[in-house]
Design a protein around this ligand. Sequence first.
Ligand SMILES: Cc1ncc(COP(=O)(O)O)c(C=O)c1O
Length: 397
Amino acid sequence: MRRIPLARPSVSQAEIDAVAEVLRSGWLSAGPKTVEFEHELARWLGVRHVVAVNSCTSALHLTLVALGIGPGDEVITSPITFVSTVNAILYVGATPVLADVDPVSMNIRPGEIARHVSPRTKAIIPVHMAGQPCDMDEIHEVADERGIPVVEDAAHALGATYRGRKIGTLSRATCFSFYASKNLAAGDGGAVATADEELAQRVRRLRFHGISSDAWKRYGDTTLRNWQAVELGYKANFTDVQAALALSQLARFERMQARREEIAQRYRRAFEPYEVTFPELPGRTHANHLFVLKVGDRELFRQRLAEAGVATGIHFPAVHLQPYFRRRFGDLSAELPVATLLSQQIVSIPLYPDLTDDEVAYVIDVVTRTLEELHAREVGRVTAVRRTALSHEAVEA
Ligand SMILES: Cc1ncc(COP(=O)(O)O)c(C=O)c1O
């Protein structure tokens, strides 16, 4: 039987050679390759600074620290995200405020953000779910007139554009992920992209123990240098092994994105008639990190795909429904009706550049047959309900 995983990183000989070169170089941690990657990504994005860190979670966390956000402050974000977005807010002692999402995009609604803004709001973190850019103009309208910084969670959105501008260039800071399943995979890793020199410097320092100069500059040459820890920092640096991988991925990135787009279009065309897809919104380029469907009977859908060897995932069960957050913040389901409902319906199917045409056809076949079955059951159920109603009427008559 076929086995199609949900995600698979695309690793070519170029990546293997690049990593081997670093392994032979004598410098494995953050060093010259990391700097080269930061420059290359900044150039590709068209942004002044990129600071590479060990994860998107750290990118979000250190950005919030650098912005001076702490206890007593509120940060507005989406309930449909990975828990790490909200965790980053909790790490700095601030209060996460969840604003409901749009059913058409799964993304946070600007109107809901406006409804939740208070004098304590110190940042807004929109999450570009699946790679679909949020309504950035409307979000900036709410944020800018109140002087609230926008920090984008672009873990899914490297390669996305909004009104012709790349995600990474629109807000005070944008945080990316290079986790193994992401569009640019370095095993793990993340980055903060910003035009703000001071913010970039602060994140640079925070990622390495609050020390003002990088380790490789201290140990990498024979010059005697002194270092000082000038604030409480963290251990969240990128490494040159990851940077070598990331640089090779960046060199192939546009080709990989084109392949994702091709597969996503085939899926969209095939599943459109069932009204289970999320549409591409005008004025944006979707990064196609995930392909998410909305189905009625998700358990049956997942079971059928598993029986056919096609893996599925849920991106994401809403944060407010997770046991830890329920315990800490109570039941927010009634305040977040769209996120609560979507959370029960969404399911992701395999989407990555190395899927072969044959595998894509197989996934389409399995999904289509399952959707037909779900549709037939639904029609059957509705007919049965109608029949029951009719027989009640008959009895009453
Ligand atoms: C929306 C979102 N934000 C943040 C993260 C955290 O990324 P990382 O694993 O690089 O910390 C993820 C990871 O899956 C994510 O999906």
